[in-house]
Ligand binder design. Sequence first.
Ligand SMILES: [Zn+2]
Length: 419
Amino acid sequence: MASEQAARSAAAAVDQERLWRRHMAMAEIGAIAGNGVNRQALSAEDIRARALLLEWTGARGWQATVDPIANLFVRRPGRDPSAAPVVAGSHMDSQPAGGRFDGIFGVLAALEALEALEAAGIATRHPIDLVAWTNEEGGRFVPGAMGSAVFAGAIDLASCLKLSDAAGIRLADALEATLAATPGLARRDFSFPIAAYLEPHIEQGPQLEDTGHQIGVVTGIQGARWYVVEVTGEPGHAGTAPLGGRKDALRAAIRMIAALQELMHDPHDALRFTVGRLEVEPNSPNTVPARVTFSIDFRHPEARILNERGARIEAVCQAGAGPCAVTVTETFNRPPSVFPAAIVDAIERAADLTGCRYMRMPSGAFHDANFLADLTPTGMIFVPCAKGISHSPAEYASPENLAAGARVVAATLAELAGA
Ligand SMILES: [Zn+2]
């Protein structure tokens, strides 16, 4: 089968050394102590990273375009100019104390796949657009995944333009500076038709490394529900108020959290449940806690579990309230993104023909792919990162595993783009 041969040739043309060298070159932009990177969205470092990417793609003669929120696209043309592009990439911005692989791997792996198609002399029917989405991390301007969300129409550009960072710099100004740094680029609209979207990324969890797999064929992105629970009791003197008559908001909160942990027990260990913030008022060692506020972050790949367990959270809190009053407010609810079988199967075929060890898995973290999945058939390819560490200078992925990922990207693109 011609496309299978093309997929094999494309994978074989991936250059591990070049891919690694490019990661290290990008890591110099915004380098911080301990092998970390500080390359926040729409910063001077982000502008330099864009320029370096454009230097590499310009050397191949590929045309770059940019949309009004500075999402950057680079096109390798296809045989059929009227065909919608297959889009592949991720983001180039980092957390303030981020690592050398989160985001940038997806962009560089997509670039390496285009290089490999070129080197192998493979023409595709669809054009392939490499993409670097603006502000995925959300560390400087909240919310994250901003570029992909605006592109997909989930949030509007006007609301983003009003934002400022912690130093008081307006997003509108940072965006203008970023766009002005690449004055020659043609402008493109949001939400143009896309044939398929592929996002390579480091796993940001320990599963691949722990199980000895090189590639995660991502089946979808788990959904999340976030809550704020407010428990109201009554203050009292720690030395005089009798225990029996107290309305101790902290004791009630502890009962609730223990019962919630029971509710969220999962023998398959697929469920994620975190109480990460607890505020006690007046937070004095010798006053009975009058008021406690705590957060719930609850995630799972299946909508059914999110719905069923989520629906019981309030009742569990009420049952634990004792003499206190409790209110439970849901602050965020995003259902899981389930990637279509056609894309997941294509990635699995690609992984299979490259001969790597792969497994199917859901994504625990959010990605730009969340928003693209609303627009077009979407898939993700994970590579292992050491000990699952990310959003840290300690983040590490090996040259061999990055190259394995790029080979799967190249082979998948060959199939999806119609080699
Ligand atoms: Zn990322």
